[in-house]
Design a protein around this ligand. Structure first.
Ligand code: FAD
Length: 414
């Protein structure tokens, strides 16, 4: 390796942790900064798509996801009261044994975090990053307590969608969702290999997804979510849990054993989404990664995967280029098309599932019905959801990239 760089990464989400592992294994010296003092199992379920799983495979970290997560072969949704299919994704339409894994967010976080600790990568917790000072040769992070980090050759912003290190961009979406992590109801016939949802047009949506073993009690778990407009969340709480429960039961009566586990709507976590993409994701010594670069609604289930793909792209770039500016430019080149495609797809699909009424949900139900019977369309839908449209992994040449001391390959440009 030509030179080991000092690299500072702000944010210990999936993106920051995966980037730290990849770059450490390439021989660079990494320090992670994170605002939490101690990691806690926050959040609920997410889908690790085949593309994200491939990145974890490269890092040698896919086994815990397969062993503790829930294998997902289908994404399904039904319009109420028509009973029409409103979502129909079959991973089996893809080549090989493709599937997604439903996991608690803590499983993905814990798998990456434990690996970072085991490899001795420096983590400074209790550090709230507020700003970054970049010059031609490197830079530093500033913290909320007035302190400043050591100087780094390269700095990475992996602070998530609300990063203070990027200029404001995009917009908050009207809808978010209430999430809860619950015990899997064994006495009710929920599909244990599918994320399943019920919709009333596009203004009501309830979903259930198996997530494998819960981190809190090692029992089989379910992620439960209820779509709600951000400006109606307080009215929902004020209306009382019993009234909300009746609304959910009218949409999907079988959710009763799940609702029995929710004493108060305020026990659920409200997640509000933003649709944004940073225009200039890299400069000569600084780059955004994951949700800090691009974020969107979780309708396509891509956020964690995109962060993992960014981390793999960054590693691929540092593997090929010894100059930091060249590496960051190559990273941006590797990832930009794929990100643009998925941001556009999200803009198209989100209003079909989370919006007011009107014609959109009607068109959705007709299209899904038609698509489901058509083999090329079935494959296309599965490819979209798997994260594979645009072949993001192909130019990265991940083989051996996640192993320690991967030999660098240097080239002159993209
Ligand atoms: C409800 C919900 C459901 C989702 N479902 C899916 C799904 O099914 N599939 C999927 O792929 N994605 C899903 N996502 C999206 C996914 O969780 C995110 O896209 C993914 O976590 C992004 O990873 P990241 O590392 O870029 O950022 P984050 O996971 O947001 O990590 C950012 C890290 O930075 C830390 N941080 C933030 N600000 C500061 C600061 N100022 N100083 C220091 N540290 C800071 C945070 O504590 C955090 O550890 C979902 C998201 C939500 C909210």
């Amino acid at each position: 390796m030509a030179r080991a760089y000092e690299i500072g990464i702000a944010g210990c989400g999936p993106g920051g942790l995966a980037a730290a592992l990849f770059l450490h294994r390439l021989g660079h010296r990494i320090t992670l900064f994170e605002r939490f003092e101690e990691p806690r199992p926050v959040g609920s379920g997410l889908l690790v798509q085949p593309s994200g799983l491939e990145v974890l495979e490269t890092l040698g970290l896919a086994a815990p996801i397969r062993e503790r997560g829930a294998r997902i072969d289908f994404l399904k949704g039904t319009s109420i009261p028509s009973g029409k299919r409103a979502l129909d994704v079959r991973y089996g339409a893809l080549r090989g044994d493709a599937c997604a894994y439903g996991v608690h967010r803590a499983l993905l976080f814990g798998t990456l975090y434990d690996a970072v600790r085991a490899e001795g990568i420096a983590i400074e917790t209790g550090r709230t990053v507020t700003a970054v000072d970049i010059d031609t040769g490197g830079g530093r992070f500033d913290f909320a307590d007035g302190a400043t980090s050591a100087r780094f050759d390269c700095l990475i912003d992996a602070l998530g969608a609300r990063t203070p290190l990027a200029p404001p961009s995009g917009r908050d979406l009207a809808y978010g969702a209430l999430w809860a992590t619950l015990d899997w109801p064994h006495d009710v016939s929920f599909l244990d290999d599918a994320l399943d949802q019920r919709y009333r047009r596009a203004h009501e949506m309830v979903g259930v997804m198996p997530i494998g073993l819960r981190p809190s009690n090692d029992k089989q778990g379910a992620a439960f979510f209820w779509s709600v407009r951000a400006d109606q969340i307080e009215a929902l709480h004020a209306g009382g849990t019993a009234k909300w429960r009746d609304t959910v039961l009218a949409l999907w009566p079988e959710t009763a054993p799940l609702l029995d586990q929710i004493a108060d709507t305020r026990d659920m976590v409200f997640a509000h989404y933003a649709h944004r993409t940073v225009r200039r994701p890299v400069s000569a010594r600084f780059a955004h990664l994951g949700d800090a670069w691009h974020s969107t609604s979780p309708q396509l289930g891509q956020g964690a995967n995109m962060a993992l793909l960014d981390a793999a792209g960054l590693a691929s770039a540092f593997h090929r280029h010894t100059d930091i500016a060249d590496a960051l430019a190559y990273y941006a080149w590797l990832r930009t098309n794929h990100i643009q495609i998925y941001q556009a797809l999200s803009c198209v699909f989100t209003p079909l599932y989370q919006a007011g009424d009107g014609l959109r949900p009607f068109i959705r139900d007709q299209l899904v019905h038609w698509f489901a019977g058509l083999w090329p369309a079935r494959n296309l839908v599965a490819a979209i959801v798997s994260g594979g449209i645009g072949w993001p992994l192909r130019p990265m040449r991940l083989d051996g990239l996640g192993s320690r001391n991967a030999a660098p390959v240097t080239t002159s440009g993209p």
